[in-house]
Design a protein around this ligand. Sequence first.
Ligand code: HEC
Length: 193
Amino acid sequence: MKILLPLILGSVLMFDSALAADADIESRVAASKQVVQAFFGELKGELVKAMKQGGPVNAIQACNVSAPAIAQAASEKHNMTVGRTSLRLRNPDNSPDAWEAGVLAKFEERRAAGESPAKMAYFEVVENDGVRTFRFMKAIGMPPLSKMPCLKCHGREINPKVAAKLDALYPADNARGYRPGQIRGAFTISQPM
Ligand code: HEC
């Protein structure tokens, strides 16, 4: 009994703090999902507006200027770093780090195994030199043209004027030639704990 009681108490305490840690992670995951949804909504809004105003050539400029600005604003508002990344980049500023590249590769494996990119997400607490960071990624699928205009700038048949503008802005563009259903990239969030 003398040994057993502290043992029992100890494991109850450990169980408690494990539950608290779980709740903390759960709330970070929920917040991340919300931030991604809001970020995507805002991006799509800007894109559709710019396409209506001046077609895809005009909208490239909108993407080029507003995507990083929207990401920056979302990051400041939610105290997390929010961005987009991909294994096939248009803007080299969006390059994945090693952890992100690994998750994107796993997303590709999951898609190859039949999973739809629509709900694909992953999170992990990453520890580096004793510093813990919450990291979250959500896949971005490539929708068909009937649903969204993404393929006009990322697809296999791109209007020559659009292509010329992309060439001028992104000489190393690798984000063309996509087909519907593929993974275009992912939203990525990191937050110090
Ligand atoms: C009018 C042309 C255009 C359309 C339409 C478009 N994009 Fe893009 N996309 C761009 C440009 C330009 C960039 C580079 C933005 C930057 O400089 O950060 C980009 C970047 C991206 C990135 C960031 C990774 C990278 O390669 O730099 C993702 C992810 C992405 N687009 C997905 C989409 C999705 C999904 C859609 C449809 C909802 C879409 N795009 C529609 C032009 C477009």
